[in-house]
Write a protein that binds this ligand. Structure first.
Ligand SMILES: Nc1ncnc2c1ncn2[C@@H]1O[C@H](COP(=O)(O)OP(=O)(O)OP(=O)(O)O)[C@@H](O)[C@H]1O
Ligand SMILES: [Mg+2]
Length: 280
């Protein structure tokens, strides 16, 4: 499990979690792999069922999904349009609730939590990178990056901020507003914002969908580095076999069910697996 985001982090105390130089340094030194065993699980789902609508109009978006996401790894979720990828991600991230099944995130069962608890869970333990960058236009890059911590009343670990900003190459852009940044820079700000809280999981829904391929590659490399060098768990929905090849593992969905996985994804083997699922 992510060593800095235990259960106590979900309760923002006035003093907040320790933000010492040594903790920042140790996390940035690459010694951040999960320490509680190689197979630590960041998120797991069991028997996940989700139906939209009723009666004849009912659509079973998730039809019993069992899946585990290892801590510190970068996983892509793929599958045909309508196969349930976004639904799965939204349920795992506490943005939507399943009708049946269990989800455990960072050691805590999140199924059954009420709205307030889910809001707090998302704020304290989850980072999001969306296709639309979702930055606040009136705030500078730095203000956007620290916004989740500000909202949570948690202190900003300046060393960790400097590390993240340095890795993302945003050092000379911190005073700029989003409209003064390129699409890639805006998405890097969104990635920095997601990483700064040291969440249990960073979720991305088509995070490179609005970027050209060179800029997308840059953001994907950063997500990969965040898992390899910072021990960050990343789960990304994508349609793009090249994007998926940056992940350590691809999970395939079809008709709301798990339809296989690829442990060392390349654009070629991902494309071949998608072709078997009937995706052109
Ligand atoms: N709010 C909703 N109301 C009704 N049906 C929905 C809703 N959200 C999703 N669905 C249906 O659930 C199924 C799964 O949708 P989901 O968005 O998870 O698919 P997806 O794999 O993310 O597809 P895409 O690749 O097109 O984004 C689809 O049949 C979809 O039409
Ligand atoms: Mg979707």
């Amino acid at each position: 499990m992510n060593p800095t985001t235990d259960l106590t982090a979900s309760v923002p105390a006035p003093s907040g979690p320790p933000a010492t130089d040594s903790s920042a340094t140790s996390r940035s030194a690459g010694a951040t792999a999960p320490s509680s065993g190689a197979a630590a699980t960041a998120v797991s789902a069991r028997g996940l069922v989700k139906t939209y609508g009723r009666g004849e109009a009912a659509v079973r978006a998730l039809a019993g999904v069992d899946v585990d996401f290892a801590a510190g790894r970068f996983t892509a979720i793929m599958g045909p349009s309508g196969s349930g990828k976004s639904t799965l991600m939204h349920c795992l991230a506490g943005l939507d609730t399943a009708d049946a099944g269990r989800i455990v995130l960072g050691g805590q069962e999140i199924t059954g939590l009420g709205d307030t608890a889910l809001t707090r869970l998302r704020r304290d333990r989850i980072g999001f990178v969306f296709q639309a960058f979702n930055l606040v236009p009136t705030l500078t890059a730095e203000q956007n990056i620290v916004l989740p911590l500000d909202l949570a009343g948690r202190p900003v670990d300046r060393d960790w901020l400097a590390d993240v900003v340095g890795i993302l190459g945003l050092g000379d852009r911190l005073g700029h507003k989003p409209h003064e940044l390129s699409g890639g820079q805006q998405q890097r700000v969104a990635v920095a914002r997601a990483l700064l809280t040291r969440p249990d999981v960073v979720f991305g829904d088509e995070p490179t969908g609005n970027l050209d391929s060179a800029t997308g590659a840059e953001v994907l490399s950063l997500l990969r580095r965040s898992s390899r060098e910072m021990g960050q768990t990343v789960i990304m929905v994508t349609h793009d076999p090249v994007a998926a090849s940056y992940a350590d593992r691809v999970v395939l969905l079809e008709d709301g069910r798990l339809a296989g996985e690829i442990s060392d994804p390349t654009p070629e083997n991902v494309l071949a697996s998608l072709a078997k699922l009937g995706v052109a």
